[in-house]
Design a protein around this ligand. Structure first.
Ligand code: EPZ
Length: 442
């Protein structure tokens, strides 16, 4: 069993170059299905993470040629031949459902199973299916599969009940090849939606309004290839900033778009963290942590749900009581029990967690329940007395590129122990026991 072994008590120092955003890369990889010209698509700034390799497998199972090397993906969809994604592959990742839109647009048919709900809630897809039906898809269930088919998509006016990121992406990728115009009201406004719009327009689509709650799409006949650079990952950036803050260190994240983290910076400053904003960087300097009244996760531009658990870890070290309200997902407090094993004082009432700050965190054996919860447990381990073992780190490898090696470069005492290493292109095997990790006294 692979795990991270973390020895706490060392302040992190240094800078991290942040790669492309997982949640931008995944829909854009799916959008490559829409390319019907002879040349391949080239995507740059692609992190070497588990979800990218999984999505690559899914697209290859449909007949695309996909290759990855040195943070660049090449995707060739000329041989697109199958419209069915196996249940085994669908189970592996939730975002596989955003294949439906481009498949209906390109092939007029797609068969998928309900995506695995991970431990943050049931992850329904009713908004996806309702929107695709409005665009002219017929959708039914058959032997455990969801089947969608259309003689040809047509533009429609769609009102999303909730600004769902995935539903917005699916409908956007369906509407670009629909006959006529489509308007999506109450669309998600995340930077990843803007990135998808820009990518689709680089392929020849006509999309406007991304970043606002109203998307306007003018259907076109066909889309072609392009070379595109993915935006940096605001959630990975926020995670490293919080790692710097929880250890009382000084960490800079580079290659980012600071404005994507406005709500995160504001909340960290409210918690006493001193931050410096650069052109394409953010730096955490020293600061005395203090409780925040209420932290409420919201759709963008509110505080992102994906940084709720790392922020909770940080607030366990802040003097005073903080209320964290998780308003996006139904069940995103699974990390609370794990943090409590480390002596954190947290109580949960429905969607609100009350964090009693300033507990002395103690090393323990804990398990990552999802990718962001796993990151939060590593942050808590960095600040804890003694050694923490974080299990189920496959969740973490899905969205953080070489988290252990990156943290080691910042002076963290963290190593990966166990048999399988993630696909670390060009990475040498590092000494895998705590005794060998160089000591950086805080
Ligand atoms: C995307 O998930 C991200 N995943 C999530 O990141 C992120 O937390 C989430 O958006 C919110 O920002 C990817 O982009 C791959 P939603 P998604 O549809 O699209 C409800 C991470 O850690 N809903 O905006 O699944 C749903 O239940 C991951 O990187 C419906 O009710 O999020 C949830 O309560 C975790 N019906 C809320 O909307 C639907 O049809 C937000 O979901 C769809 C969603």
């Amino acid at each position: 069993m692979t795990c991270f072994i973390v020895e706490g008590g060392y302040a992190l120092e240094g800078s991290v170059e942040v790669k492309g955003a997982k949640n931008s890369m995944l829909p854009i990889m799916a959008a490559a299905i829409l390319n019907s010209d002879k040349r391949e698509i080239e995507l740059e700034n692609i992190p070497d993470i588990g979800d990218m390799h999984m999505k690559k497998k899914i697209l290859q199972s449909l007949g695309l040629q996909v290759s990855y090397a040195s943070n660049v993906l090449h995707l060739d969809s000329r041989e697109l031949c199958s419209h069915t994604i196996s249940a085994a592959l669908m189970k592996e990742m939730r975002s596989s459902i955003i294949i439906m839109g481009p498949m209906l647009a390109r092939l007029g048919k797609v068969r998928v199973t309900y995506p695995g709900g991970c431990s943050i809630g049931p992850r329904p897809i009713d908004l996806h299916l309702k929107g695709l039906e409005a665009l002219g898809a017929r959708i039914w269930e058959e032997k455990g599969f969801i089947v969608a088919s259309t003689p040809g998509l047509r533009g429609a006016e769609i009102h999303l009940d909730y600004p769902s990121v995935g539903a917005t992406e699916n409908l956007l990728m369906a509407a670009v090849l629909a006959r006529g115009n489509t308007v999506v009201h109450n669309a998600a406004r995340e930077p990843e939606i803007v990135d998808l719009q820009n990518f689709l327009n680089a392929m020849g689509a006509q999309v406007r309004g991304a970043g606002t709650e109203t998307l306007r799409i003018k259907g076109v006949e066909a889309l072609g290839s392009c070379r595109y650079r993915i935006i940096p990952d605001r959630i990975v950036a926020g995670t490293y900033l919080m790692a710097g803050a929880i250890t009382g260190g000084r960490v800079t994240v580079r290659g980012i778009i600071p404005s994507h983290l406005d709500a995160v910076v504001a909340k960290m400053q409210e918690a006493g963290v001193v931050l410096e904003v650069g052109e394409d960087s953010l730096s955490v300097l020293n600061g005395r942590l203090k409780a925040v009244g209420t932290l409420r996760t919201l759709p963008y531009p509110g505080f992102p749900t994906d940084l709720q658990s790392p922020m909770m870890a940080l607030l366990t070290r802040a003097g005073g009581r903080s209320n964290i309200v998780e308003s996006v997902f139904e069940a995103r407090f699974k990390h609370v029990e794990e943090l409590k094993r480390m002596n954190a004082r947290i109580s949960v009432e429905g969607r609100t967690a009350l964090v009693e700050g300033c507990a002395v965190l103690k090393g323990a054996v804990v398990s990552a329940t999802d990718l962001r919860a796993g990151a939060a447990l590593v942050l808590a381990g960095l600040a804890a007395e003694g050694t923490t073992i974080v299990k189920e780190i496959r969740h973490i490898d899905r969205g953080y590129e070489y988290l252990d090696l990156t943290m080691q470069k910042l002076g963290a005492h963290i190593i990966r122990s166990g048999e399988e290493q993630p696909a670390q292109a060009g990475q040498q095997n590092v000494a895998w026991n705590v005794a060998d990790v160089p000591s950086h006294p805080a």
